[in-house]
Design a protein. Structure first.
Length: 293
């Protein structure tokens, strides 16, 4: 019996040591390899000057073309759009820009029906998990969900095993091999091609009383003296507005409303996202109405 207990204890200790070693190895690779994600890439921009930074969801990711801005304004621009990002994620990205001391003339934050969500995006949460021990910004982001925070933060290798599809061996191997992704192409812009057959969609009929992260963004930018502005990107003309954008403008005075800036439905990949032609057209409109004004 004593030998059995000793063997079990030894196995437990060996397993724990292996978990710590794997956690250390995976984390070191994500920290030091060639960037494959925008979260990794941001750290490489520490102390640099980016004139215009655009932060938001996929409606930024496929909606703002930095090369067009640079060509027309001779200003450096960066697209920090993330798939399915919500206002909590956007607030974290904004704090990372400040944490890495990335100097900007102005930060533009896209906001729309996401105003009705105070949650975080599982997609972005997975992307930041390798770095939760790096600084308070990442740590605060994961704290949003206490049910998973303590396991992710304190149990070695749990964050990687739990998210093996996105952070497991295959992704670690690709990081080791310095395999590039298209996430960093075109200064963060990811073009969409084609036009869908139908563009039916309806914005919410009601708007939340407030969004804690929109409020936090405004407080943070004013405290840090960061020039910023909110804007709403175009929707296809077939989208039923339900007066949502008008309600949003009451919540965010000074919001740049571009919700109806693109009238040609052939410039939309779907009701919410412009294709490459639409993105270039909208970027030029943004330059004329905001950056050149």
């Amino acid at each position: 019996m004593k030998k059995f207990v000793t063997n079990i204890f030894g196995f437990a200790i060996a397993t724990l040591v292996l978990m710590y070693l794997l956690d250390f190895g995976y984390t070191s690779i994500y920290r030091n390899s060639f960037p494959r994600t925008k979260t990794q890439y941001l750290k490489t921009l520490k102390g640099q000057k980016i004139d215009y930074v655009f932060i938001g969801s996929s409606r930024v990711l496929s909606g703002i073309v930095p090369s067009v801005i640079e060509e027309r304004t001779n200003k450096k621009a960066l697209n920090l759009g993330f798939q399915a990002a919500r206002m909590h994620d956007i607030y974290t990205i904004l704090k990372l820009v400040d944490y890495y001391n990335i100097k900007t003339e102005k930060i533009f934050i896209q906001v729309d029906y996401a105003y009705n969500f105070n949650a975080t995006s599982p997609i972005y949460q997975t992307e930041v998990l390798p770095f939760i021990h790096d600084n308070a910004v990442f740590n605060d982001h994961i704290k949003f969900d206490p049910s998973t925070y303590y396991k992710y933060y304190y149990v070695p290798f749990y964050r990687y095993s739990k998210n093996d599809l996105k952070l497991g061996f295959r992704e670690v191997f690709l990081n080791v091999m310095n395999k590039k992704t298209n996430a960093l192409n075109n200064d963060g812009y990811s073009p969409l091609e084609g036009t869908s057959a139908t563009h039916k969609y309806g914005l919410p009929e009601k708007i939340n009383l407030n969004n804690v992260y929109v409020d936090s963004i405004q407080i943070f930018c004013k405290k840090k003296n960061i020039p910023f502005a909110f804007y709403c990107a175009p929707f296809c003309g077939h989208v039923i507005d339900n007066h949502f954008v008008d309600k949003l403008k009451k919540k965010i005075p000074g919001l740049y409303d571009f919700s109806k800036a693109i009238n040609d439905e052939q410039m939309f990949n779907d009701p919410l996202h412009m294709n490459d032609s639409g993105a270039k057209s909208f970027t030029n409109i943004f330059i004329d109405k905001v950056l050149k004004n």
